[in-house]
Design a protein. Structure first.
Length: 392
């Protein structure tokens, strides 16, 4: 029986051989040959087997363990491991299968079809995703809440946009216009409030993006920091594409939401007083300025602005006087938006559909992930005056 020292040394040797194959191709700036590609995949499979062998050996070395209170077993889904299974043309393990099946079910419930190899559900709780272990017991699965983290990274979410998740079919978001009220005598009839209800409709639109990951990343353990890096890049790819569209100026269509700046001519500003005029316009329209979203160059101009009667800076610690200011390159250069962002409705349907493409970037030692999600965004038509664009 091999010792743990020997097994770990063998694992290091396998990893070194796999690294050498990739580095050789990269050094010669060429694609891997068919033989090299096959050798690499064989080494990846051998690495997984060696890890399992090490785990078994570690369990055997435990001598007279103290009785421990029985804890609920929990399995953890690894996107990295699932991608590796696709690349190596292997079956998914029971945990990945359970998660992907849950993702497919969520897509079907939303009336959407899946296209890729891996579908990650967005309502990922341990209660909704589970596997049956070898003893026949149901074991819950932890799945990273990717859409929660996507929202946390979004400047739209930080600014106060209203998110609707887990949608099925079109969503009509209603809004009642302000009612008129009047003073009247004690016994006089009440006047008509003259309130009206309007709605904006969100429909699932396919957003597609891609990201490339190195084959060396696949050599990493599922529990390593590589999993977090992969997820962060996945979130960034979706977020950049979505916010670039919503904060842009393109006309909407059946396949993409309209940009908030579509058909808008930004107001030219040069002083802090000019910016305050835009804020006042939002408040005059009975809105509340929840945040300013600015391009990096507009943020730089804000940093140089002073109050009109002093040298005191207007922008400090992420605040434009008393209003949060968020910066993103997804806003046009020198441009910013002042708004009551709760009137921006953002919808999300189904899960995250990922196609694993091991061929397009093979010559660069990389694997391409093609990502599809279904989202939509619309500004409430009854509140068009509570968003104003400015430009320096």
């Amino acid at each position: 029986m091999k010792s743990l020292v020997t097994l770990n040394a063998e694992l290091d040797e396998l990893r070194a051989k796999a690294d050498a194959i990739l580095e050789n191709g990269q050094a010669e700036e060429r694609k891997l040959s068919e033989d090299e590609e096959q050798n690499f995949n064989d080494l990846i499979a051998a690495i997984d087997e060696k890890k399992a062998e090490i785990k078994d050996a570690e369990e055997r070395t435990i001598i007279n363990p103290k009785p421990q209170p029985k804890m609920e077993e929990t399995k953890k889904f690894s996107l990295l491991r699932a991608i590796r299974s696709v690349v190596n043309k292997e079956q998914f393990d029971e945990t990945a299968s359970a998660v992907i099946n849950a993702g497919n079910e969520q897509m079907r419930a939303a009336g959407l079809s899946t296209q890729g190899d891996i579908v990650i559900p967005t309502a990922e709780t341990r209660a909704t995703v589970s596997v049956t272990n070898t003893t026949g017991a149901t074991v819950p699965v932890d799945v990273a809440p990717i859409f929660d983290e996507l929202r946390a990274e979004s400047v739209l979410e930080k600014a106060g946009a209203t998110y609707y998740t887990g949608l099925v079919g079109d969503l009509k978001v209603p809004m009642m216009t302000a009612a008129s009220v009047a003073w009247a005598g004690e016994n006089a009839a009440a006047s008509d409030a003259a309130a009206s209800i309007s709605a904006v409709t969100l429909q699932p639109k396919r957003l597609t993006a891609y990201m490339d990951i190195s084959k060396q990343l696949l050599l990493q353990d599922a529990g390593s920091n590589a999993e977090a890096v992969l997820q962060a890049n996945l979130i960034r790819a979706i977020n950049e594409k979505f916010e670039n569209t919503v904060l842009g100026s393109a006309q909407g269509s059946a396949t993409q939401p309209a940009g908030l700046a579509y058909g808008v001519t930004p107001t030219s500003v040069s002083t802090w007083e000019d910016v305050c005029v835009l804020e006042a316009a939002v408040e005059t329209a009975k809105g509340h300025v929840t945040a300013v979203i600015a391009s990096p160059s507009a943020k730089a101009k804000f940093r140089a602005l002073t109050y009109n009667d002093s040298t005191r800076l207007v922008y400090e610690d992420g605040m434009l006087e008393d209003v949060p200011c968020f910066s993103t390159p997804n806003v046009a250069a020198d441009t910013f938006a002042v708004a009551d962002w709760k009137y921006l409705a953002v919808g999300q349907w189904g899960g995250i559909d990922i196609t694993v493409d091991p061929y397009t970037q093979a010559g660069n030692g990389a694997i391409r992930l093609v990502i599809n999600v279904y989202m939509d965004a619309a500004w409430h038509t009854a509140a068009t005056n509570v968003i104003k664009f400015g430009t320096f």
